[in-house]
Ligand binder design. Structure first.
Ligand code: EPZ
Length: 440
């Protein structure tokens, strides 16, 4: 989607059927995992989003051939000619993605070195990579900081290690998985992330020949093997996109069938959705999310690691909470600046107060106290159109929902960011009855 802004006439319920395909936060990692194999991989259900195109470019500069398969969403990845790449080429393709950091392990195994440019990603906090670099050093890697990134080598190869993460970081867990599978000896990873996307990556690595066991209490054991082969895998569906459309149905008093959504990976979201007054029907081919009429109810939630309420779900849900009768509270405990999108909602008439240092008096569950922020949303407040600029991926989707919810006309600019994670966004909005015009 190379459009820059949308002019949206709101006040229309979104109704209809859309399809979500492979999870943005799995398929990009699965593409990197193909580097570890000695033969071709086939990844199925890959959405056409810019994050996938960025990783494809990064793989291709490293000599991996990436081509489309027979079925729509099929990606064939052939790593047999993997080679070193120049920093300038890597930089040119890295774009605004954080995925390059996950190339470290596979490239160290295949080539003995890796150049990783400074990372992008949504500006929702500082987003350091200290957990990643500490883990890589424990495997025996040597990290040299460069002006525009890092150069990493493994002079004595990579050896399994015991690694305890200070926080169940999704990216750092993936870093360890992608490095440990072909390291010499066994790795014990403690305080690991266990999101469904992580489990899907483990399934992919197991298909490739890895020996990985998920133990109780967030411990993952990986026994290093000498060789991994290609995989064939259909990616898990995108929970974040499914939750985004579910929230859109609630906010716009609509009714959306999200094809591909599965209950087992959205249980916590579904509980909150029901408590907020939303209805959902579970089918074999998806989940129907709808506003049953009447009032929405306020909720108090806090974001957490899986199986808690995902931080990526709070932005779209908050738009629906502006229409709930009463006071809702959302505690954000994963990122230090993930309520920036609420400025635009306030401009549209929402009553939201962000407490940068959390709410006094409420019990602090999160050891990383300094990160905890809270948004207090009082509703219902009619939303009116406004000119808004998209700040980040999930916040941007929330702005779109708010514009469709609001009475009157809104102009949403910088919408290209949203295409990083939402496939066929305009076609889906159109299919659901949204009224908008796009400007390049
Ligand atoms: C992944 O980001 C997702 N992105 C995020 O989705 C998601 O919000 C996040 O996991 C949590 O579920 C992708 O998978 C591409 P983390 P990641 O490492 O791996 C801190 C979206 O919109 N941290 O679990 O970067 C970090 O700053 C995106 O799809 C360190 O301090 O998340 C954050 O506060 C947004 N040091 C917390 O841990 C590190 O080395 C969680 O980060 C790494 C992380």
């Amino acid at each position: 989607m190379n459009i820059d802004s949308l002019t949206i006439d709101g006040g229309i319920p979104l109704t209809g059927r859309i399809q979500v395909r492979g999870a943005k936060n799995l398929v990009t990692k699965a593409m990197v995992a193909s580097l570890l194999g000695e033969s071709e991989s086939l990844l199925r259900g890959v959405p056409d989003i810019s994050d996938v195109r960025v990783v494809r470019g990064l793989l291709e500069v490293h000599g991996v051939s990436v081509s489309h398969g027979v079925e729509s969403g099929d990606l064939i990845l052939d790593p047999t000619n993997v080679r070193s790449a120049h920093m300038a080429d890597i930089d040119a393709h890295a774009g605004s993605s954080r995925i390059p950091i996950l190339f470290c392990g596979p490239l160290l195994h295949q080539l003995g070195e890796a150049f990783i440019p400074d990372l992008g990603g949504c500006r929702i906090g500082d987003r350091p990579i200290d957990f990643h670099l500490d883990a890589l050093r424990k495997f025996g890697a040597v990290v040299d900081k460069l002006p525009s990134g890092i150069h990493i080598t493994a002079p004595n190869g990579l050896t399994g290690a015991t690694i305890e993460l200070p926080y169940p970081s999704v990216g750092a867990t993936e870093q360890v998985l992608l490095t440990a599978t072909r390291a010499k000896g066994t790795t014990e990873l403690r305080n690991a992330a266990i999101e469904p996307e992580i489990m899907d990556l483990i399934a992919i690595l197991q298909k490739m020949g890895a020996i990985i066991s998920v133990e109780p209490n967030r411990v993952i054991l990986i026994e290093g093997v000498d060789r991994l082969d290609g995989y064939t895998h259909r990616a898990i569906f995108d929970r974040n996109e499914a939750a985004s459309w579910a929230s859109a149905a609630l906010a716009t008093k609509g009714d959306i069938m999200v094809e591909g959504a599965k209950q087992e990976h959205m249980m916590t979201f579904l509980n909150v959705y029901r408590k907020a007054g939303g209805k959902f029907d579970i089918y074999e081919d998806g989940i129907r999310f709808y506003h049953p009429g009447g009032e929405l109810k306020p909720v108090v939630i806090e974001t957490d690691v899986h199986p808690g309420f995902m931080t990526d779900w709070q932005q779209p849900l908050i738009v629906a909470l502006t229409q709930a009768t009463g006071e809702s509270i959302v505690h954000e405990t994963v990122y230090e600046n993930r309520f920036g999108f609420t400025d635009a909602l306030i401009e549209m008439g929402a009553d939201i107060t962000v407490h940068k240092n959390g709410l006094d008096g409420t019990p602090r569950r999160v050891p990383r106290r300094d990160l905890e922020q809270a948004a207090v949303i009082v509703g219902p407040t009619p939303l009116h159109g406004a000119d808004i600029e998209v700040p980040d991926l999930r916040g941007g989707f929330s702005h779109l929902i708010a514009a469709v919810t609001a009475d009157g006309r809104s102009r949403v600019s910088n919408v290209g960011i949203i295409s990083r994670g939402y496939e066929n966004l305009l076609e889906k909005l159109e299919a659901l009855g949204a009224r908008f015009t796009a400007e390049g």
